[in-house]
Design a protein around this ligand. Structure first.
Ligand code: FES
Length: 125
């Protein structure tokens, strides 16, 4: 479990995550609590040195893009949970459309119906 927060005041559910984690890393951007830096920096280091079978990520889009890129580079299976604004939630408004690879083509699908979790190798974010 790699958790990242801007600072100590924004840390939530630390004990709950620790209870369900074999390995636990908490990082704050400013170093006010836990490790200093971004959680992905610690994941990156461990992906290179430890046997990690897969990654599941949720959070802000820039972080998801970075995790997606990292996992592709390291050839580690990765699933990401997208948090799109959802107008209808039933596939009608197209407000949550994302591009995904479908064979040789790229098509749009809906986060609300097909997601929110996608294989990082097929979704374009
Ligand atoms: S929220 Fe309207 S299509 Fe997904």
């Amino acid at each position: 479990m790699y958790l990242g927060f801007r600072n100590k005041d924004l840390v939530v559910l630390e004990e709950e995550y620790k209870k369900v984690s074999d390995k636990f890393v908490l990082a704050t951007d400013d170093g006010s609590y836990g490790e200093k830096g971004f959680a992905i920096d610690f994941l990156k280091k461990d992906l290179k040195s430890q046997n990690i079978d897969g990654v599941y990520a949720c959070g802000p889009l820039p972080m998801l893009k970075a995790v997606q890129k990292l996992c592709k580079e390291e050839k580690v299976p990765c699933q990401i949970s997208l948090e799109e604004r959802m107008g209808c939630g039933i596939g009608a408004c197209l407000g949550c459309a994302v591009k995904v690879a479908a064979g040789e083509e790229t098509v749009y699908t809906h986060v609300c119906k097909a997601g929110p979790v996608f294989d990082a190798n097929v979704v374009e974010i």
